[in-house]
Design a binder for this molecule. Structure first.
Ligand SMILES: C[S@@+](CC[C@H](N)C(=O)[O-])C[C@H]1O[C@@H](n2cnc3c(N)ncnc32)[C@H](O)[C@@H]1O
Length: 294
């Protein structure tokens, strides 16, 4: 029965391309989209599973044309998450980091909602950091992230550790992987934002996050996590937000302000310089956040 339904859904998808039904398209026409449509759309997209996992190669426009290979999903939503696909905000944030490599030199960095790792892997390869901690909370995202970190940042010996990282839910410690890339300590952590409490926050110089601002129901825990992380005077957060819906973004900025976080939008030229040989066709705003007590 389930199989029959899936086949029908697929036929439906072939007849009515999702692009035309996309809430973005409907919303741009001024049509209000009900939550049920979003939910069903997510379910339909999630049916297209394993065979849609691919390796994408990101070539950096540096002297040695560094190539980053990431295992990721071709679908924007897969296994019920948006985290198995690299988003353009991840590329924009990586561009910011590479352009600020002097500011990041020898610093400790924590990334929230890392997804498959594009921002962090680029930053570790291009900036001489002291440490970089990737984090996320979704089991499939975390295990793909571990694979991508090992693939791009480990030495041949460390690649042998791969088999120990498979089941991310079984670990007691929230650190799933620790390796060294040149002089940088690299870790992958299972870190839901709700778990970033005052007692558990690591003291880092930079907190990074790309494309984590889209679901208003998560704003309170995300802003509380940021407030706790920014509690240390030295800590700065750099957040890259894709501008899909101005209201959602404004609501996030308003919530941040309620948590006494000072927000400065970083002036990025409209055709921002990029270190990737890839087009950029969406607007991404980058914000620098600090505790307003400073
Ligand atoms: C749109 S994806 C962005 C992934 C990546 N930063 C990028 O830009 O390609 C959002 C990510 O945030 C993660 N995320 C969502 N809610 C979270 C939470 N409460 N705690 C930790 N991570 C979360 C998701 O698992 C997902 O990987």
């Amino acid at each position: 029965m389930d199989d029959c339904l899936k086949r029908l859904e697929r036929r439906f998808l072939n007849m009515y391309p999702l692009k035309l039904l996309s809430p973005d398209v409907l919303e741009s026409e001024g049509i209000e989209v009900c939550d049920e449509l979003y939910e069903n759309l997510c379910n339909l997209l999630s049916y297209q599973k394993e065979q849609d996992t691919v390796f994408k190669h990101y070539i950096l426009d540096d002297t040695s044309s560094t190539c980053i290979s990431l295992k990721e999903s071709r679908n924007i939503i897969s296994q019920g998450t948006t985290g198995l696909h690299s988003w353009q905000a991840a590329q924009a944030l990586a561009d910011w980091c590479v352009s600020h490599s002097e500011e990041l030199r020898d610093k400790e960095v924590l990334e929230l909602g890392s997804g498959v790792g594009l921002t962090g892997i680029t930053t570790v390869l291009c900036c001489e950091l002291r440490s970089y901690s990737f984090s996320d909370c979704h089991a499939a995202v975390l295990s793909t992230l571990c694979e991508n970190v090992l693939l791009n940042l480990s030495t041949p010996n460390e690649k042998d550790c791969h088999r120990f990282v498979g089941n991310v839910t079984k670990t007691t410690d929230n650190t799933l992987l620790r390796i060294k890339h040149k002089n940088t300590d690299v870790a992958v952590m299972n870190l839901p934002w709700a778990d970033v409490t005052k007692n558990t926050v690591p003291e880092v110089d930079f907190v990074l996050a790309a494309d984590v601002v889209y679901d208003t129901s998560t704003f309170t825990e995300l802003c509380q996590a940021l407030k706790n992380l920014l509690h240390y005077q030295k800590t700065v957060a750099i957040i890259a937000c894709t501008v899909r819906d101005q209201n959602t973004l404004q609501q996030f900025l308003h919530t941040l302000a309620q948590y006494e976080i000072k927000i400065v939008q970083i002036d990025v030229p409209s055709s921002r310089p990029t270190h990737f040989l890839l087009p950029q066709d969406v607007l991404v705003n980058i914000y620098r956040l600090q505790s307003s007590g400073q």
